[in-house]
Design a protein around this ligand. Structure first.
Ligand SMILES: Cc1cc2nc3c(=O)[nH]c(=O)nc-3n(C[C@H](O)[C@H](O)[C@H](O)COP(=O)(O)OP(=O)(O)OC[C@H]3O[C@@H](n4cnc5c(N)ncnc54)[C@H](O)[C@@H]3O)c2cc1C
Length: 408
């Protein structure tokens, strides 16, 4: 069958938040893009992921003109609570660093971006199969795939952007002799639930006790998100509703303090922890952004925000590259292509922030989780570290500055 071919400036593999935000912002700068995505729009819209947005992420959504739901339906959080053995300390983000975060679920961020892209007539193919990327070391890279109607298709472009998530096939196109994969895994996971109940507290609570970690998060007025530390091999169905709530309540402390608001559990998942960085984030005519280039454990709420931070750095670099290309005499199809300096700069600049976020996510994970070799010394030492953070304005400011996303 002959492949149906379209031609754009930039072909994007992966229609998650990073891919769609990239497509929209490129369009605002007169650069055409087409997006392909393996899942359906409905599946992604109903998949629970991140919930905390840094102020810079919110600004990008507002500036990209995707609609104002993030401001009208999202909730500004001016602080968060750290709890250790039932003792609670509030970190006041606004007082410490003058920034807030917003609670607005990632699936709604995705929905706003996808609707905006479709409303503006942007090319997107949902539910594709057989994705392949060709010729990233040449002047004419190309994506081939089969669309949802079994039609073979091809997208020709000057640049391919891989925003295809943590199992990225795009990053494996960067040759092994050029690419360094930095990777660690953790000996624990998060057991996440969604339950039909009102919020337990006005802000998020990150808790540690001898039982390990728990997070009391939120979704909206009637549905809440909570997590607790578990073994990576845990079967979600092996925990009853009562056992889950009793365990989280114990981590929070049972005497006085916060009492969990309980309700029917409508979703249970186990989320393994990994830290990964691909270096570099660009090679030839390919650039990676978001989880395709790096993943962090979710403790610092950095994954989605880091994906958007990549896009902030990437867009002007792509614009520079496309502008130079348009000014040059057209080259020959399929000629060997070096990595443009603008895309090398993207990789260097984005990775600086990625490593800051890796460090914060790793540090917060180790501060708040129980290790398999935990003993009275390690627990008491952790208490000392916790006191050093909560007991000093400088310690609190470190947490607040990192959690709310530094200033660019
Ligand atoms: C349970 C959970 C909780 C989290 N909590 C937080 C949080 O509180 N705060 C935070 O900031 N982050 C959090 N994260 C991380 C955050 O969800 C990710 O960092 C974010 O989704 C990254 O966006 P992305 O667009 O890079 O990748 P993704 O959202 O993964 O999008 C990639 C897309 O590419 C598509 N794709 C993959 N392969 C192909 C292919 N071959 N062809 C076409 N399409 C393809 C996928 O279907 C996917 O839709 C959490 C993650 C999980 C799983």
């Amino acid at each position: 069958m002959t492949a149906h071919t379209t031609r754009v400036d930039v072909g994007i593999v992966g229609g998650g938040p990073a891919g769609l935000m990239t497509a929209l912002l490129l369009k605002r700068r007169g650069i055409s893009a087409a997006v392909i995505e393996t899942r359906t729009k409905d599946t992604i819209h109903h998949t629970q992921r991140a919930g905390i947005l840094e102020a810079a992420t919110v600004s990008m959504l507002v500036d990209a003109e995707v609609g104002s739901r993030v401001l009208t339906e999202g909730h500004e959080h001016e602080g968060t609570v750290l709890s250790f053995d039932g003792e609670q300390h509030r970190i006041d983000f606004q007082a410490l660093v003058g920034r807030s975060v917003w609670l607005y679920p990632q699936n709604e961020v995705f929905f706003d971006l996808a609707n905006a892209w479709e409303r503006e007539g942007g090319e997107i193919h949902w539910a594709v199969t057989d994705t392949q990327v060709h010729g990233i070391e040449t002047t004419s890279p190309r994506i081939s795939f089969t669309d949802a109607h079994a039609q073979a298709r091809s997208i020709e472009a000057d640049l391919i952007i891989g925003t295809d998530g943590s199992r990225s096939m795009c990053r494996r196109l960067i040759p092994e002799e050029v690419r360094t994969d930095h990777f660690i895994s953790y000996p624990f996971a998060w057991f996440g639930i969604l339950c039909e109940a009102p919020p337990t507290a006005p802000e998020l609570i990150y808790a540690n006790s001898e039982l390990g970690f728990a997070l009391i998060s939120q979704r909206n007025e009637t549905v809440q998100r909570m997590y607790f530390q578990c073994d990576p091999d845990t079967d979600p169905d092996s925990w009853s509703e009562d056992a889950i709530f009793d365990h989280i309540q114990q981590v929070l402390g049972t005497e006085g303090g916060v009492q969990l608001k309980r309700g029917p559990i409508i979703d249970k998942t186990v989320l393994p922890f990994r830290s990964y960085v691909c270096d570099p984030l660009s090679h030839g005519r390919l650039a990676l952004a978001g989880d395709a280039g790096h993943t962090v454990p979710p403790t610092g709420a950095k994954g989605l925000n880091l994906a958007f931070a990549d896009v902030r750095v990437l867009i002007p670099c792509v614009e520079e590259f496309i502008t130079e290309l348009r000014a040059d005499a057209p080259g020959h199809e399929g000629e060997a292509a070096e990595t443009p300096e603008s895309l090398r700069r993207y990789s260097r600049t984005a990775l600086d922030r990625v490593w800051k976020a890796q460090n914060f996510s790793y540090w917060a994970t180790n501060l708040l989780h129980r290790q398999p070799d935990e003993n009275p010394f390690t627990h008491r030492r952790r208490r000392g570290e916790f006191d050093a953070i909560t007991g000093s304005v400088h310690g609190q400011a470190y947490f607040a500055d990192s959690y709310t996303g530094w200033s660019d």
